[in-house]
Design a protein around this ligand. Structure first.
Ligand SMILES: [Cu+2]
Length: 533
């Protein structure tokens, strides 16, 4: 059955979604907002209980690049300890975090295409963890399947003592569980791009990322280096994430079990997603960064659990600067695409060049979020500090290796709905009417097969495939949007929309996942197995 697009959505059909409307009512959206063609927000916002700083005062931090512990044998080895740490995120406020290596974001790993990397993660946190390299073309054993837990010291004894050894995620016979450490090996035989690593533990991904378990991983190659894009201090990674702060300075999160040990889930008003009222970039609230009047390459990641953004770069005199997109989730576009407004769903990345050369010295360029209101309408600012020479360029041809799969290449077409529904007698988010079950095969495909998938949404769902990049073929029967260009690994399904994607399941055999990257939806069932044989 071909699903109707948003424009064909009748009132009767919208009401038929039922469960989703219940969720929206519970999250405080009015019925008219729920019935609107494009509700701009999926989720409910937490309010911080500490004073928030004025915008554009805190300098933009750049996450440190991690040094390998060894580079011998044609591979780089890294070590990261997952541990509790504190940071002063808001000026004068101490915030306890769960971190990779003591910082939020975690350290950035910089790699060359095709040069393998092994990261030894050591879990010194109080709960099990799982590391997933988002966007990585990674063998299944290192892809961070949600039940492939790394247990902290003493966890088994504690679980038996507490009598919940058979808790969620512990009854998957295929799970490969390790104690204290695990080596994750990434061949990185893939197009250069900005990846990110984050926690992916069964049932508890959303609160773990919220507490700080996220970092960047950049892959480069000679061809990209030769393009002449802005580089060095004029290439900036920007990890955007919203958070909220409790009165004691900790990160507020409406977990049913604040220890994140036993009972998953969030309190009812937040079932559609948890939003914060503070916008962090690289872990700093509404930061400011001093720039030359020159071109900059901004490598933007939306690392928020549930918040969508529509970004604009606005000058003091109200001009909107061009956002020249050179890359998508999975690397360089064929040719630049110029935007004024950049919609970003959770987990999407955009690689854009912004030219500050026409901006008066001493003035600000604010990055604003058109989907926000009040404080969430601001993201960060650039202060144009000085004139400077600029030998960077944006070539009209960026890459020639994008896959050009055609509909007629596909050996099969699959349909998946992403909708609210019932799970364990409570609220869930379902794919094809089912909540996630590690023991169930949802998709089995052969290595090398090309498939077309039709994805249909009730509310916003950013859908992510592990292992395979894909291209967007259509949105509700129409041509893709300008920002769908290139090779993606996460596509934003908008409310009521049907999106077709095409991909080739290439790389490795094994058990992978596809899921919604609204992290709360993901924890409430919206994942499915992808078995490549
Ligand atoms: Cu979702």
């Amino acid at each position: 059955m071909r699903e109707q697009g948003s424009r064909g959505l009748t009132r009767r059909r919208v009401l038929g979604i039922g469960g989703a409307l219940g969720v929206m009512a519970a999250t405080g959206l009015s019925a008219s907002a729920a019935l609107a063609r494009r509700p701009s927000i999926t989720g409910a916002e937490l309010r911080s209980a500490v004073p928030l700083p004025p915008p554009f005062q805190v300098p933009l931090p750049i996450p440190a690049v991690l040094k390998p512990v060894s580079t011998s044998g044609g591979a780089d080895r890294y070590e990261i300890t997952q541990r509790e740490a504190s940071a002063e995120i808001l000026p004068g406020v101490t915030t306890p975090l769960w971190t990779y290596g003591g910082t939020f974001p975690g350290p950035t790993i910089e790699s060359r295409r095709g040069r393998p990397v092994t990261v030894t993660h050591r879990n010194e946190l109080p709960v099990p963890t799982v590391v997933h390299l988002h966007g990585g073309r990674t063998p299944a054993a290192s892809d961070g399947y949600p039940t492939d837990l790394v247990l902290p010291a003493g966890w088994r004894e504690h679980s038996m003592h507490m009598g919940h050894g058979a808790e969620h995620g512990m009854h998957d016979p295929r799970a490969v569980v390790t104690e204290l450490t695990r080596d994750y090996t990434f061949p990185l035989d893939q197009r250069p791009t900005l990846l990110w690593y984050h926690d992916h533990r069964m049932d508890f991904t959303a609160p773990a990322i919220w507490r700080g378990l996220a970092g960047l991983h950049i892959i480069r190659d000679d061809a990209e280096d030769a393009l002449g894009l802005p580089a060095g201090p004029r290439e900036l990674p920007l990890m955007i994430a919203d958070r909220a702060f409790a009165a004691d300075g900790s990160l507020a999160y409406p977990a049913l079990d604040p220890t994140l040990r036993v009972r998953p889930g969030v309190r009812e008003p937040y079932l559609a997603g948890v939003l914060g009222d503070v916008i962090l970039v690289n872990g700093a609230p509404w930061p400011v960064h001093e720039v030359d009047a020159a071109r900059y390459r901004l490598r933007i990641l939306n690392a928020s659990n549930a918040r969508h953004y529509e970004l604009e770069a606005v000058t003091d005199d109200g001009r909107r600067l061009d956002l020249v997109q050179v890359g998508a989730d999975q690397g360089l576009l064929a040719a630049p695409v110029t935007h004024r407004l950049l919609p970003m769903a959770p987990a999407e990345r955009y690689d854009v060049v912004v030219d500050f050369s026409g901006v008066p010295i001493g003035s600000l360029v604010r990055v604003v979020n058109r989907l926000g209101s009040g404080r969430t309408g601001e993201v960060m600012a650039f202060r144009v500090a000085r004139r400077a020479s600029d030998d960077s360029r944006v070539p009209s041809r960026l890459s020639t290796d994008l896959p050009d799969w055609r509909r007629s290449d596909a050996v099969r077409v699959r349909d998946f709905s992403f909708r609210a529904g019932q799970m364990h007698a409570g609220h869930g988010w379902l794919i094809g009417g089912l909540p996630f079950d590690p023991a169930r095969s949802d998709v089995t495909t052969r290595l090398g097969d090309i498939e077309v998938w039709r994805l249909v949404a009730d509310v916003h769902h950013p859908v992510h495939l592990h292992l395979a990049g894909f291209r967007v073929l259509s949105r509700s029967g129409r041509a893709p949007l300008a920002h769908d260009a290139g090779l993606k690994d996460t596509v934003s399904l908008r409310p009521g929309e049907a999106v077709e994607i095409i991909t080739r399941f290439d790389g490795y055999r094994g058990r992978y996942l596809f899921h919604c990257h609204n992290a709360e939806h993901e924890d409430m069932g919206m994942m499915a197995n992808l078995e490549i044989i």
